[in-house]
Design a protein. Sequence first.
Length: 441
Amino acid sequence: MPKQQQKKLSGSISALLLSLSAVSLPAAAGLTQQIEDALNFYHYGHNGAIKFDLNYRYENVNEDNRFAPTGTVLPAAKQPLTANANTARLRLGYLTPTFVGLQAYAEYEGNLAIEDEYNNTLPNGNPLYSRVADPDRSELNQFWLAYSGIPDNLIKLGRQRIKLDDDRFIGNVGWRQMEQTYDSVLLTHNNQTLFGLVVNAGYIANVQTFTGTTDNVQAPILNLNYKMGDYGNLIGYGYLLDYTEKANYEKSSQTYGLRATCCVKPLDSYKISDHFGLAYTAEWSHQSNYGNGPTGYEAERYNVMGGLSAYNIMFQGAMEQLDGSGLNKTFDTPLGTNHAFQGWADLFLTTPSNGIRDVFGTVMVPFQRGDLVVSGIYHAYTDDGGRYDYGDEWNFQAVQKFGKHYSLLAKYAYYHAGDNLDPTFKSTDTQKIWLQGNINF
């Protein structure tokens, strides 16, 4: 990418980030309270509500020459057209009041492509452009019935959002406009007072993906989360994914793991004094073939992070490694919110055949008592053995919140392809820019 263009874009982003702190509330506090009161209501003393979430986003994607996917015969490298996606997503839901322990929820989700100069990843979705996985479509996003009549337990049946731990294995892909939801039954047992234990046990039958397609699975899941006082959480999990459609057989796997972490939110830490705190994550996972998976394999995942909070500024150093076999069988997370891992440019949503090692550092700086948070991340990528250079990446983000219901976001990713000697993996320099506004009641 020409240096002049990079400088111009960098200046535009810097100006935008600086301007966020000067934006005033989009509505007067009195009007906001009136809206909140109108959408929330009571029946026999139990809450019900109308849920409203409007999200506007502009996404710009500029790639150099793109190669064909791994495993295909490579054609001549070709630069796709720059993507410009202006989209607006609406979620509108109705939550009933609770009656004899029963509560129901139904939610519509629709994404409108105001400007559709992008490849939406679906057939005939402008394939000459760079990819933005936000198709123009609408759907029934959630439709569930819950029962809470047994103390410390919640049973939820139907199409629902599921988010476990940091969403690496089971998540809603919340960054994309259309989220991922599950036709499933989920039992949550939460007894923090006596045992400090949260149990999530369930079964997933269908996955409604963030592109609006449906994958059929038979997937028992179990997640045990034990709170170790102020020192963090100890978590054990098992996810058994058996895809029942032949085109998806290779995504079938069984994953077991252990995770110790403190703390849950990005800026949280274990306080060691008034101005200093510590954060950590140590996680190991083992994955192998399962069910309809036709290829036998075993792979490991390692995830470690150490963080220091100093005067509310968070510094983190981390490494995540997903192993590969070199035979196109790798440690994969097909139901995870993978955009949150290994760089926002999304070059590694699918693990390369020789695995990936991501060594990265993060700085998060809060302003305005945490209403404005500015983050910067640097990633260095290799294969799982450190033999091949997969490149590096810079990520920057600023999020400005206005009370509980309004927010603005500016986000930037630049990936620079490395001197890659791995014949099974091809990548290209990629730049992405996002501007976003959200209203959520």
